[in-house]
Design a protein around this ligand. Structure first.
Ligand SMILES: [Zn+2]
Length: 275
């Protein structure tokens, strides 16, 4: 939480929601040097504990000061409902909304008008909040992979990490790649890129763009090439029976699935079948 200075009466806090909003805005605009909240001055609407002054002084250039103020004001306009903005004053202008009770701000929705007050607000953006309707900015949800679909090209950059990278490596091993010294694992490394490139070069549909980064076509071809090579254990199956049924030596199936003696398999278990 940032320190919210008080103009008068040190220690008098703003409303709890306003405090949270202020923290969000300061977090978003770290160039804000300081913020001011409560004031008991009779001429100030800071008396209502719902106003914050976001200072923009102390920037390297005048242009940077103007940009910071413009950005703070634009942030409040863009998210006025979520933040519960009643109005704001910045750089000779005032913006308000039709529903607000404070006549200083009431006006056409989110529209700047000339401000006739004494302080022209070129060193800070003044914002009055409703103070009770704030909804915190929800952080982006972590990506949940469904276990089989192509997760997107952005998730296969050097250094990307996730179970889809492990699966990619496993599929490449299944189709015959033998270049991994360790792994495959969840971290996409140069070793994975070389593995993908190996597959792309030997696959006519992909060889034109064999950069080693899997796209949706590389992924779907790998999925198709490996999809048939599993066997789901049924009730009563033993490893040797499965081996006879699928035409693969049971010891090879055991090795491919890292099974150890006594080689017990359970119904529903998915076994990978070596090619
Ligand atoms: Zn103010």
């Amino acid at each position: 939480m940032p320190t919210i200075h008080t103009y008068l009466d040190p220690g008098t806090a703003v409303d709890p929601d306003v405090r949270k909003i202020c923290a969000e805005v300061v977090h978003h605009f770290p160039a804000i040097p300081n913020v001011w909240g409560y004031s008991s001055a009779s001429s100030s609407d800071h008396r209502n504990r719902r106003c914050i002054d976001y200072m923009v002084i102390g920037q390297k250039t005048d242009a940077a000061r103007l940009k910071l103020g413009n950005d703070i004001a634009a942030y409040h306009k863009a998210d006025a409902t979520r933040l519960g903005v009643n109005g704001q004053i910045w750089n000779h202008q005032v913006m308000g909304f039709p529903h607000v009770t404070n006549p200083a701000y009431r006006g056409p929705y989110g529209t700047w008008r000339k401000y006739f007050g004494g302080n022209q607000h070129t060193d800070h953006v003044h914002v009055e909040y409703d103070g009770s309707t704030y909804q915190p900015d929800t952080p982006p949800k972590p990506y949940v992979w469904d276990g089989h679909s192509f997760p997107g090209t952005g998730r296969f950059k050097i250094g990307s990490k996730g179970p889809w990278v492990t699966r990619l490596g496993e599929m490449l091993v299944e189709v015959g790649y033998r270049g991994y010294k360790e792994g495959p694992g969840p971290l996409f490394t140069e070793a994975d890129r070389r593995a993908v490139q190996w597959y792309q070069k030997r696959t006519p549909a992909l060889s034109g763009d064999a950069d080693g980064f899997p796209g949706p076509v590389t992924w779907s071809l790998l999925v198709a090439a490996t999809a048939d090579h599993t066997y789901t254990v049924k009730s009563g199956d033993s490893l040797s029976q499965i081996g006879l049924r699928v035409g693969v030596a049971w010891r090879e199936i055991a090795a491919a699935n890292k099974l150890k003696a006594p080689y017990v398999v359970k119904p529903g278990q998915v076994l990978r079948l070596p090619r």
